[in-house]
Design a protein around this ligand. Sequence first.
Ligand code: RB5
Length: 140
Amino acid sequence: MPRILIGSDHGGFRLKNEIIEHIKAQGFEVEDFGTHTPESCDYPVYAKKVAKEVALSGDKGILVCGTGIGMSIAANKVQGIRAALCSDTFSARMTRMHNDSNILCLGERVIGTGLALDIVDVWLKTEFQGGRHQKRIDMI
Ligand code: RB5
């Protein structure tokens, strides 16, 4: 089973723990880059840790903050990262098929846990289509 690298700030701490439990139950190996407490902290720290390791290892990553926006902005600053903020399953599917996104960003304060876990499932199981989409990614 692939290894999933995961991180959050305090705004995504609860959902991060739910995601870890959910995907571990499916057999994924999970590496948790923190935060490890609900105390207030700075999302760029965790975005950078996860994004650098995703770029280095080729594993996929998941980042959660209050909106998912800060995490996506910060993660996309790292070379080789295509971080996609998703609040629906259609976007989660399409961003894997067309953008080969390697980090999924979620907002704990935006969507419910049930939808978030569905988005995670769809994103993890959908394959990149390649072809004309690879050419476009190469242009980024
Ligand atoms: C923290 O209050 C909040 O700003 C953060 O979790 C995130 O939503 C930033 O984009």
